[in-house]
Design a protein around this ligand. Structure first.
Ligand SMILES: CC(C)(COP(=O)(O)OP(=O)(O)OC[C@H]1O[C@@H](n2cnc3c(N)ncnc32)[C@H](O)[C@@H]1OP(=O)(O)O)[C@@H](O)C(=O)NCCC(=O)NCCS
Length: 193
């Protein structure tokens, strides 16, 4: 991982009409629209998804995505319809540990596209990127313990449940219990076979 030139990495992966790709400046409007429609479901788990999220927040997110990509700190992707280009959500590999070859996986899908398999497919594409492109060896997923859809996405991506972690996540300043999962490359391959 140390020797990877992050500017030379592939910026997109696609399967069955779904794409995960590096963020672009043109994503601002799509992000804002997706965030705004998703406050009831995504905002129930992720603080930043709230009515106050607008153009400035989306621009800052894209800038952060590019800076952290360049440094190799995290690789976050826009999830989009490969045909129409519509913005459907985000998936990302963060907290990349170059010694342990590990990362944390996170995801969200805009409300009007939830429940159609998009989250699972996006997570699988990001996991493929982690193992095949970045050559990482272990991925952690930390979900709210009561966040059933998120836990199902992890499980359907090949994640192994490690246990509950009391207060590991925070939501609006309050600690909440988390379900911790890990994904290995063989388990991810089995999940997509
Ligand atoms: C978690 C999330 C990304 C799933 O996206 P998605 O596109 O709906 O996922 P899928 O369609 O692949 O479905 C995954 C599982 O969630 C279930 N699910 C989806 N929406 C659901 C809902 N509203 N209520 C209950 N279960 C739901 C699906 O039935 C499926 O489980 P199954 O295989 O047992 O049937 C999406 O719900 C989301 O953005 N949640 C808010 C953000 C979040 O919690 N992110 C996780 C942080 S780690």
């Amino acid at each position: 991982m140390h020797d990877i030139d992050t500017g030379m990495l592939p910026t997109e992966r696609e399967s069955n009409g779904l794409s995960i790709r590096k963020y672009e400046p043109g994503d601002v409007a799509g992000i804002v629209e997706a965030v705004q429609e998703s406050v009831p479901t995504v905002g129930a788990w992720l603080d930043w998804c709230n009515k106050g999220y607008g153009t400035a927040e989306a621009e800052a997110w894209i800038t952060h995505a590019h800076e952290s990509w360049d440094k190799g700190d995290s690789f976050v992707f826009a999830v989009s319809d490969a045909t129409s280009g519509d913005y459907l959500g985000g998936v990302g590999l963060s907290r990349i540990d170059h010694e342990k070859l590990s990362a944390n996986l996170g995801y969200w899908i805009r409300q009007s596209y939830q429940g159609r398999g998009v989250g699972t497919q996006a997570a699988r594409l990001a996991v493929g990127y982690a193992f095949e492109v970045l050559k990482l060896t272990q991925i952690e997923v930390v979900c709210g313990a009561a966040n059933r859809p998120s836990r199902r996405v992890a499980e359907k991506t090949g994640a192994r449940f490690q246990g509950l972690a009391s207060g590991r996540l925070t939501y609006h300043g309050k600690s909440i219990d988390a379900a911790v999962y890990t994904i290995s490359a063989p388990a991810a391959r089995r999940a997509t076979a």
